[in-house]
Design a protein around this ligand. Structure first.
Ligand code: ADP
Ligand code: MG
Length: 434
């Protein structure tokens, strides 16, 4: 069962908004409705978020993201459709029941985070707990723990004004963590941060998610951020969700021209992980086998390299067809193994961009390891380079390290007509802590 679901959600601003829903369903366009004084901010949005997932909603400014996320916790009532949280239909909850659900299950982090300037960092982090009526000692302890989680241990007694912008945003994250809700809604939470701090916060969020097993609905207008964070991404345009998928699915199989245009400038090397492009090893050889067994497998599968693994599938090394043929010819008894210690192996989660130098410097295919260090797949140089969209003349075979250094990704045409919003939206939200 999904922990969070949107079922055909509509939000239309203006007088008598329900007529807008019917009109849209009849095929009236968004622009026609606007002329009629209605703003369809969210149109027929449906998705499900599984527990422990980071689900990203991505779209340009004005596409309806904030409106959508505000419906998800009941800050905005939906014009039509339903929000379901852990099996509870939001529209059936009123007053205290709704407030309790919000307090206990959902927390929200905004872009422009409102810290109370005359309260200490610790008091700010504990704010939600105070609202819940928790006693002082407990909430101070929880707030301190949350501050530690975001790298602000020991800052509890300072005033917000003494912290940098990035640190202040961390207090916002700490406040949400201290509340210990299982769902976090984050609306452009990192958009106002400068790139380095932003990157750090993204890493930290992924790390926290893994440790605390939160479910996160994260909103951004930045595709690279979406791809870095999202287990799945919903692409929004003009109020509608036009595609939902993993970063790989969206990059490799965009559902519409709009999405395709959008993703064409993405730096694939930063987004695609090794695991996404690896191939399962065609054949592997047990480390206790000899040259003859290797030779047989190599001939059977017409391999240039054969992966050699221990019984538990941890890699032992690689043998090349050439070396094996020579070993057989000279009746050698031991495998001409290039041991794994001399090879670069990669974790399946490593972004391709970080593999490039390895790929260029090693003749053997890269071994991709799973989290337990077992062989999960291999990446041949050609595969790697073509996955990155890097054109190169050479085809299969032993490409020496002297080949022209790959640049990561080919320059694609810029200026596809979309203007990147700067993250500062003109509509001022009242970001009061809830
Ligand atoms: N309270 C409101 N009243 C009227 N129109 C609104 C309101 N909030 C948002 N809108 C409009 O709804 C559309 C979507 O806005 P928003 O959800 O803020 O988009 P995003 O967060 O993707 O930038 C915009 O056209 C915006 O002007
Ligand atoms: Mg917004």
């Amino acid at each position: 069962m999904p922990i969070l679901a949107a079922e055909h959600l509509y939000k239309i601003f203006g007088r008598r908004p329900h007529r807008g829903v019917e009109a849209l369903q009849r095929g009236v366009t968004r622009d026609e409705l606007r002329a009629d004084g209605l703003t369809p901010a969210v149109i027929d949005a449906s998705f499900e978020v599984q527990a422990g997932e980071i689900f990203v909603v991505m779209g340009l400014s004005g596409s309806g993201k904030s409106t959508l996320i505000r419906m998800m916790n009941g800050l905005h009532p939906a014009t039509s459709g339903e929000v379901v949280i852990a099996g509870q239909r939001l529209s059936t909850l009123k007053g205290e029941a709704l407030r309790r659900l919000r307090r206990e299950r959902i927390d929200m982090v905004f872009q422009h985070f409102a810290l109370l300037p005359h309260q200490t960092v610790g008091q700010n982090a504990a704010y939600a707990l105070k609202v819940q009526g928790m006693n002082r000692a407990d909430r101070e302890e929880k707030a301190e723990r949350a501050l530690q989680m975001v790298g602000l241990g020991g800052w509890g007694d300072h005033l917000p004004g003494e912290l940098s912008g990035g640190m202040q945003q961390r207090v916002g994250l700490a406040r949400a963590l201290a509340a210990e809700t299982d769902i976090m809604l984050m609306d452009e939470a990192f958009s106002a941060l400068d790139p380095l701090i932003r990157r750090e916060m993204q890493d930290q969020l992924v790390d926290l998610q893994q440790r605390l097993d939160k479910t996160i609905l994260f909103i951004t207008h930045d595709l690279n951020e979406a791809m870095r964070l999202g287990d799945r991404i919903a692409m929004m345009r003009d109020g509608r969700i036009v595609q939902i998928g993993t970063a790989e699915q969206i990059l490799n199989d965009p559902s519409t021209n709009y999405v395709a245009q959008f993703v064409q400038d993405v730096d694939r090397s930063k987004v695609l992980a090794a695991g996404a492009v690896m191939e399962p090893p065609v054949a592997v050889l047990g480390a206790d086998q000899g040259p003859h067994a290797a030779h047989k497998l190599i001939r059977e599968h017409q391999l240039q390299h054969l992966m050699v693994v221990h019984r538990d599938r941890r890699p032992a090394g690689v043998v090349s067809a050439e070396d094996v043929a020579a070993a057989v010819a000279s009746q050698a008894q031991t495998l001409p193994l290039v041991p794994v210690a001399q090879l670069r192996t990669v974790d399946e989660n490593v972004p391709l961009g970080e593999l490039l130098t390895d790929a260029a410097q090693q003749r053997e295919p890269l071994m991709v390891l799973d989290r337990d260090g077992r062989l999960a797949g291999v990446i041949h140089q050609v595969t790697l380079l073509s996955a990155l969209g890097t054109r190169r003349e050479s085809t299969r075979g032993s490409t020496p390290a002297s080949a022209s250094a790959p640049t990561g990704h080919e320059p694609t045409g810029h200026g596809s007509g979309r203007s990147e919003p700067d993250g500062h939206e003109p509509t001022a939200h009242q970001e009061v802590p809830v």
